[in-house]
Ligand binder design. Structure first.
Ligand code: FES
Length: 164
């Protein structure tokens, strides 16, 4: 039996693959920044009194900020600002931001939502819950205790948005 010919030196193949992989990663990250902005921690500009509203600075650009203490997602996208409950409406798992401005995803059962909170797919049966939100100049006030569910209160859910 004849021995198989030795494989050619693939040093160049590996280097090319690494280069393409790195380029793809950088490109994906930049696309995410361009379309949705970075995900940043959200700082209240005025501490929340016991179970009351909380004040934030109006987001200056498209992006998502998360206040884990008060369980608020603040999202500016396409000329609108929304405040969402951090938890998935299916079984209360903390939602994650998808790359490239694709919206949000639940890590537990993979429900997906658009940047405005509209349900796309998965086990959830309604949109992300929007929180009561008002604007006074450059200040946004959000009440984490007042959440609107799209299936039981669609008019208030649709109205819970700030146009910028
Ligand atoms: S907990 Fe989010 S889809 Fe089930």
């Amino acid at each position: 039996m004849k021995n198989a010919a030795p494989l050619p030196d693939c040093t160049m193949c590996t280097a090319r693959r690494d280069f393409l992989r790195q380029s793809l990663t950088v490109g994906t990250a930049l696309a995410g920044l361009a379309l949705f902005g970075p995900v940043t921690p959200l700082q209240a500009i005025e501490p929340r009194s016991d179970r009351g509203p909380v004040k934030y600075a109006l987001p200056a650009a498209d992006g998502v900020s998360i206040d884990k203490v008060n369980e608020v997602i603040l999202c500016r996208h396409a000329g609108e600002v929304y405040a969402f409950a951090l938890s998935c409406p299916h079984q209360n798992t903390a939602l994650k931001v998808m790359p490239k401005g694709a919206g949000f995803q639940c890590p537990r059962h993979k429900s997906k939502y658009q940047p405005n909170g509209t349900f796309v797919s998965g086990r959830a049966t309604r949109n992300m819950d929007r929180l009561q939100i008002t604007r006074d100049g450059d200040t946004i006030t959000v009440d984490p205790a007042v959440a609107f569910e799209s299936d039981t209160d669609p008019a208030k859910w649709a109205a819970a948005v700030i146009k910028v």
